[in-house]
Design a protein around this ligand. Structure first.
Ligand SMILES: Cc1cc2nc3c(=O)[nH]c(=O)nc-3n(C[C@H](O)[C@H](O)[C@H](O)COP(=O)(O)O)c2cc1C
Length: 201
C-alpha cells in the first residue's frame, strides 16, 4: 500500500466554527476525498507554545534540518508533524492588519528552520530541496482584495511557508467575514476551497 499523503492544518483562530475554521474544513473535506489522505488539524490556541526568546541557539546549528529549540513545550511535536507532512495549511483571521497573536507566536518559533550565525545580518532558510505544498487561508472583516493587496496581512504566513520549504503556495482570502456571529462560508469561497483541496496531491 502507498504511503499516506499527509496534510497538517495549522489553525490560528480563537474560536472553532468561525469563518477560518469553516474554510479550513472545506479544504480538508475536498482533500480527504483523495485516496489515502491522512489529515490532522492543530488549533494553536489548544497547544502550549511559548514565545521565542531570541536566544538564537537553534539558528547556530549547521545543516538542512531544523535547529533544536531548547524550550520545552508543544512546538517540537508540531514541527515533527509538519516535517512528516506533504502539505500544510496555514489558516488565520486578520487581526489588527495581520495574523492573530497566537499564529504570530507560532511563526516566530519557526526561526529554527533558518540558519542565522552570530555576525550575519539576516537569517537564511535552511530548506534544501523540500517540495511541500502550502495553502494560506485568511479571513477578514475588510473585503478580500484589500487583504490580498496589503503587504502586511499574509506576510508572516508567506515567511512561514518559505521556512517550511514550500514548493507551491495556494492562497485564499475570505473578506466580509465579520458580519455575523455565526458566519457561513460564502458559496464562492466554498468552491475555491474545494478546488484547493482537490489540488492537494
Ligand atoms: C481583535 C480583532 C481585530 C481585528 N482586526 C481586523 C483587521 O485589522 N482587519 C480586518 O479586516 N478584520 C479584522 N478583524 C475581523 C476578523 O478578521 C474577523 O472577525 C475574522 O476574520 C473572523 O474569523 P473567525 O470567524 O474564524 O473568528 C478583527 C477582529 C478582532 C476580534
Amino acid at each position: 500500500m502507498d504511503r499516506p499523503y499527509r496534510i497538517t492544518a495549522i489553525i490560528g483562530t480563537y474560536r472553532k466554527g468561525g469563518m477560518i475554521d469553516k474554510a479550513t474544513r472545506e479544504v480538508l473535506r475536498a482533500a480527504e476525498a483523495r485516496r489515502n489522505a491522512k489529515i490532522s488539524r492543530i488549533y494553536l490556541i489548544e497547544r502550549k507554545i511559548e514565545f521565542c526568546t531570541n536566544c538564537r541557539r537553534c539558528t547556530q546549528e549547521t545543516g538542512e534540518n531544523r535547529g533544536e529549540c531548547i524550550i520545552e513545550d508543544d512546538m517540537n511535536a508540531i514541527l515533527d508533524e509538519i516535517d512528516r507532512s506533504d502539505a500544510v495549511i496555514l489558516a488565520s483571521p486578520v487581526n489588527f492588519g495581520t495574523v492573530t497573536a497566537v499564529m504570530k507566536r507560532f511563526v516566530e518559533r519557526l526561526i529554527c528552520h533558518a540558519r542565522w550565525p552570530w555576525g550575519a545580518n539576516a537569517p537564511k532558510p535552511r530548506n534544501g530541496g523540500k517540495d511541500r505544498h502550502v495553502v494560506i487561508l485568511m479571513s477578514s472583516a475588510a473585503p478580500s482584495f484589500l487583504t490580498r493587496l496589503s503587504g502586511c496581512a499574509a506576510g508572516p504566513l508567506k515567511d512561514a511557508a518559505k521556512l517550511m520549504g514550500a514548493g507551491g503556495i495556494d492562497m485564499m482570502f475570505i473578506g466580509l467575514a465579520a458580519g455575523k456571529k455565526h458566519p457561513s462560508l460564502p458559496e464562492r469561497a466554498k468552491r475555491k476551497a474545494r478546488r484547493i483541496g482537490r489540488n492537494l496531491s
